[in-house]
Design a protein. Structure first.
Length: 192
């Protein structure tokens, strides 16, 4: 059963029956706010899911986003850019092979940004969710609603951090501004 997280909440990624998760994905879903007469018309919004990989000193090791769909070591893979948010379910997905993440990487920070520049007051039903992708029936582990409508164009969503031999997820949900992860680097650093 999935845990619905609030800002700052942390979730261990150890399996209930023992052992650690091996393959997870962070899914991002959203819809544009309907406008116009009878609220039937909406504008396409290009939100981008991205992940930044950091070492223990807070140094950026690698990045995965729509311009680099795979980490250099292959442990993190982005499935591709959704330009509209149209359709049900996850609009963008980033897979993480946890045992394959290099030992020097201690944190993975997930962000979402509006490449087209619309702010979050124009977005609804935005959610990020962590899913156990190693199961034949993929199981949602945690869900974080990105409900903060406002003038910001990005959010620092969540981070995965090493804890002993396993990992933990922390919901961040901090508003930021920027169109790409390169713009967001200064906003991410305080959350390491």
């Amino acid at each position: 059963m999935a845990v619905s997280l609030n800002k700052g909440q942390k979730l261990s990624l150890s399996k209930a029956g023992g052992g650690d998760l091996t393959r997870v994905y962070m899914g991002l879903g959203w819809d544009a706010v309907a406008k116009g007469l009878f609220r039937k018309k909406s504008v396409d919004i290009d939100l981008d899911a991205s992940v930044l990989l950091f070492d223990a000193a807070g140094k950026l090791v690698d990045e995965v986003w729509f311009q680099q769909l795979r980490s250099k070591d292959g442990s993190v893979t982005h499935t591709g850019d959704n330009l509209t948010g149209e359709g049900e379910g996850d609009d963008e997905i980033v897979y993480v092979d946890l045992p394959a993440v290099p030992a020097n990487v201690t944190s993975l920070v997930f962000t979402v940004s509006s490449f087209t520049g619309q702010n979050f007051s124009q977005v609804q039903n935005a959610v990020c969710r962590l899913v156990d992708a190693a199961q034949p029936q993929q199981v949602e582990l945690a869900r974080y609603e990105l409900s903060d409508a406002g003038p910001h164009t990005a959010q620092i969503m969540a981070k995965l951090t090493r804890e002993g031999s396993g990992w933990a997820m922390t919901a961040i949900g901090a508003a930021a501004n920027g169109r790409t992860i390169r713009d967001l680097l200064p906003a991410v650093t305080p959350h390491l």
